[in-house]
Design a protein around this ligand. Structure first.
Ligand code: DOR
Ligand code: ZN
Length: 408
């Protein structure tokens, strides 16, 4: 089967034969499938470094068929999946089993992060080698996987050789706030319970451990301007720290609770407009290393429950790239910022090969950088079927994504 991407604006004609790129920039014709790519850009498929597809155990929220389709619809061909499944992924056998199930369903490339808790340190030491990354929760989130003992934190920082992805929110601050606010029912209490100081304290602690053990770290979903400042200081002191931001922390803030209630309950929570501004600045100025969606699907029924029962998390994989393209059109960031944070940096950090080359398996997205469209939830591929960005007017759209998965 030959596919011809005719006249892409940056590479010219790109020909794919049986999943392999067979020519770039040469005038080709007569293909079974020809896609007119005039005025469209071709890039390697994007990487989403932070997703929670729900296999195994909670496939009613998402599985790898719907998750892959959502990824491809959003121009993403590679993901790093988190370990907080119904039964957390803490040991070797669980990693192997999870990989085996996903292999049968996936249409995209994946890497798996291993989880760790205070009670799983022995398993962790055995399984670490088999993992693509480590996910460390310094405060428990969905799934209750938490490392709070310093002796364990030190062991992890000292010994890990894999990308160390940290969910940095301080457990004791959150627990204390939960007590103080336990009579509250309004969703916006979430931003007070998981207040900004919980993130700031945990990020400071993660950075000092990184310094002490000379360990490169990856901070997931920074959400406040103070965290950005801490990262800048740490880098000036020679610490290697990768910083991720999510679309929801860039585009949304506490004002969203009024309309969306628990649908925007997420950990870490939404912050202030001033934080949105600081995050956009940090993205534009190169402080942010990665934009990852933290795709965390929950059903509408679950999100309709009362504040204390509704799970935290926002789906995002499908709209991450179009939202960023829209920001490019609004002049907030450049197309290069998107490439850096969604392809180049995550490829380096997690070891994905993202080149468009003759002889290589096709892994590409074609997008129209200026096309206007409106988000409608019924067009979404994610199983959860909703988005906080419903009815957003977008500029920049994915036309075609192709990922050749060997052995499939
Ligand atoms: O809001 C969140 N949801 N934050 C996390 O850390 C986990 C995620 C989930 O798995 O639902
Ligand atoms: Zn997450």
């Amino acid at each position: 089967m030959r596919i011809l991407l005719k006249n892409t604006s940056n590479l010219g004609d790109v020909e794919i034969t049986d999943g392999i790129i067979t020519s770039i920039g040469e005038d080709r014709n007569e293909c079974e499938e020809e896609i007119d790519c005039t005025d469209q850009i071709i890039w390697p498929g994007l990487i989403d470094s932070h997703v929670h597809f729900r296999t195994p155990g909670q496939e009613y929220k998402e599985d790898w068929i719907t998750g892959s389709e959502a990824a491809l619809a959003g121009g993403i061909t590679s993901v790093v999946d988190m370990p907080n499944n119904l039964e957390p992924i803490l040991k070797n056998s669980q990693l192997d089993e999870k990989r085996e199930i996903i292999d049968k369903q996936t249409k995209i490339e994946f890497k798996l992060a291993l989880g760790v808790t205070d009670d799983s340190m022995a398993d962790f030491q055995q399984a670490e080698e088999n993992a693509d990354a480590i996910k460390l929760f310094m405060g428990a989130s969905t799934g209750n996987m938490c490392v709070s003992k310093s002796v364990n934190l030190e062991k992890i920082f000292r010994n890990t050789t894999k990308p160390l992805m940290i969910h940095a929110e301080d457990e004791s601050i959150i627990r204390k706030n939960e007590q103080s606010f336990k009579e509250e029912q309004e969703p916006e209490v979430h931003s007070a319970i998981r207040g900004r100081e919980a993130a700031i304290v945990a990020v400071s602690q993660a950075l000092s451990l990184a310094k002490e053990f000379n360990r490169e770290i990856y901070l997931c979903h920074v959400s406040t301007k103070e965290e950005i400042e801490l990262v800048k200081e740490a880098r000036a002191a020679g610490i290697i720290v990768h910083v991720e931001v999510t679309p929801h922390h860039l585009f949304l803030n506490k004002n969203a609770y009024q309309e969306l209630g628990n649908y925007v309950k997420v950990n870490p929570p939404l912050r202030l407009e001033a934080d949105n501004d600081a995050l956009w600045d940090a993205l534009k100025n190169g402080v942010i290393s990665v934009v990852g969606s933290d795709h965390a699907p929950h059903t509408a029924e679950e999100k309709e429950r009362n504040y204390w029962e509704a799970p935290a998390g926002i789906p995002g994989i499908e709209l991450l790239f179009p939202l960023l393209l829209t920001a490019v059109n609004e002049g907030k960031i450049s197309l290069n910022d998107v490439k850096r944070c969604c392809i180049e940096n995550p490829a380096k950090i997690f070891g994905f090969n993202k080149k468009i080359e003759v002889g290589k398996s096709a892994d590409i997205v074609v997008f129209d950088p200026v096309k206007e469209w409106v988000i409608k939830k019924h067009d979404l591929k994610t199983k959860c079927g909703w988005t906080p960005f419903e009815e957003y007017r977008m500029q920049g759209k994915v036309t075609f994504t192709y990922k050749h998965i060997k052995d499939n």
